[in-house]
Design a protein around this ligand. Structure first.
Ligand SMILES: *Cc1c(COP(=O)(O)O)cnc(C)c1O
Ligand SMILES: [Zn+2]
Length: 407
């Protein structure tokens, strides 16, 4: 039993039946929303129903998720992620309240687990046995892990310069993994062509409707953790955009159900690196659709997405929220990673590092105020990116006396 009524194209509004396999809208090739009976939810699902439920994503918020039969859930036990108060880091920026929601604790070390747990669970419900996706890194790792858990065959296509750990995690999880001499959009084209020939189901970001529903749980649990009173500002590193779009969908659904105590919703800040900034470029030009970002290059591989099929959904959410889309210098990424980790012990991924760059700029412009309640998502574990840190540590030769002046 669930509360899904139908699916609906986010661009042209075309309706699609629930309980059937869908990819993009067949009319306009844009992503689909999963729609719920929000009145029914309002009547039948109360905040107090959460009391006593397990602190795992799938169980806790099941009425707001699309699974029909719980036996079909494919899970690695996705726990509610903690929100850490960061007073030392706040002091560096001169702000009162800086919070980090640490998604690095999820299975496979990134928030991609949320999307893939849902997409693979739904694929399982539909009896799908072979899945494929293009990846900038972590999506492939998460898909490979959940496909392994489900006993499905997985095919991953990644740029040849994807971080080493992502290659190894896909390989180890038994996914058929291919290195492509192009970017994620080139990998996406291969999956698109191969799905007819090889019979894969395409799990590309936003090309199937359920990864958003998985990412939506970030917004649901955030709202619960904040006791139904959301923070003022959310900074989020944006690649394909499912995270930001999913969270905004969560806030809108909770609002419609009357679960939020205040109608004030956070300003959503979409953060990118200047090395790959299609969304911030479109935002600045006042456009709803982004153009391909030429020569995309950033060490923050998860946001190396030069073109996003859900660009307008990201830009709509950002604008509706009163937020902005911004890009900050690529060269500062290692500096921000080190600042956050050395001040707070939180292993910040390079994607989230761009959010600290954005915070600095937006405080300077007055878009974010020092008194605002500011929340940043740490979308992945820094440990997955050995390439992003140049440590060059001094060596000690145990065959010689130790030179204590150098220590
Ligand atoms: C994929 C990814 C992102 C971007 O997420 P989207 O929801 O696709 O915009 C950010 N950070 C990390 C670590 C990622 O793996
Ligand atoms: Zn459409």
């Amino acid at each position: 039993m669930n509360f899904v009524t139908h699916l609906e194209c986010a661009n042209c509004g075309q309706r699609y039946e629930a309980g059937k396999v869908h990819n993009l809208c067949t009319v306009c090739n844009r992503p689909l929303w999963v729609k719920y009976d929000l009145d029914g939810l309002k009547q039948n699902f109360k905040r107090s129903d959460l009391t006593g439920r397990p602190f795992t994503v799938m169980q806790r918020y099941r009425e707001l998720l699309p699974i029909t039969n719980p036996d079909n859930i494919v899970s690695l036990s996705e726990s509610i992620t903690p929100i850490l108060q960061c007073d030392r880091l706040a002091a560096e920026f001169g702000v009162e309240t800086l919070l980090i929601k640490d998604e690095s604790r999820l299975p496979t070390g990134s928030f991609k687990a949320r999307g893939m747990m849902m997409a693979i669970s739904m694929a399982n419900e539909f009896g799908i046995k072979k899945v494929a996706c293009p990846t900038a890194g972590n999506a492939g790792g998460a898909m490979a892990a959940y496909a392994a858990r489900a006993g499905m065959e997985a095919y991953v296509f990644m740029p040849e310069d994807t971080p080493m750990i992502n290659k190894k995690e896909c390989f180890t999880a038994g996914a058929k993994t291919f290195l492509v001499n192009g970017l994620i959009n080139d990998c996406g084209r291969i999956v698109g062509e191969g799905k007819k020939i090889k019979g894969w189901f395409d799990l590309s970001t936003l090309k199937e409707p359920y990864r958003i529903e998985g990412k939506k749980t970030m917004g649901l649990e955030l709202a619960e953790q904040f006791e139904w009173e959301l923070p003022d500002v959310i900074l989020y590193p944006t690649g394909g955009g499912t995270g930001l779009i999913g969270m905004w969908k969560a806030f809108n659904e909770l609002e419609a159900m009357g679960w939020l105590d205040s109608s004030k919703k956070p300003k959503m800040i979409s953060c990118q690196s200047e090395g790959c900034a299609p969304i911030s470029t479109a935002f600045e030009k006042g456009e709803r659709f982004a153009t391909l970002f030429e020569g995309a290059s950033t060490v923050a591989s998860g946001i190396r997405v030069p073109v996003a099929v859900g660009d307008f959904m990201i830009l709509d959410a950002v604008r509706e929220s009163g937020g902005v889309a911004i890009a900050t210098p690529e060269k500062d990424i290692p500096k921000w990673m080190q600042l956050a980790t050395s001040k707070e012990g939180i292993a910040l991924c390079p994607e989230t590092a761009v959010c600290l760059g954005a915070l600095e700029v937006l405080l300077g412009k007055g878009t974010i105020k020092p008194t605002d309640k500011i929340l940043i998502f740490n979308t992945g574990a820094a440990q997955k990116y050995p390439e992003a840190v140049q440590e060059n540590l001094p060596r000690i030769d145990i065959t010689k006396p130790i030179d204590w002046d150098k220590i």
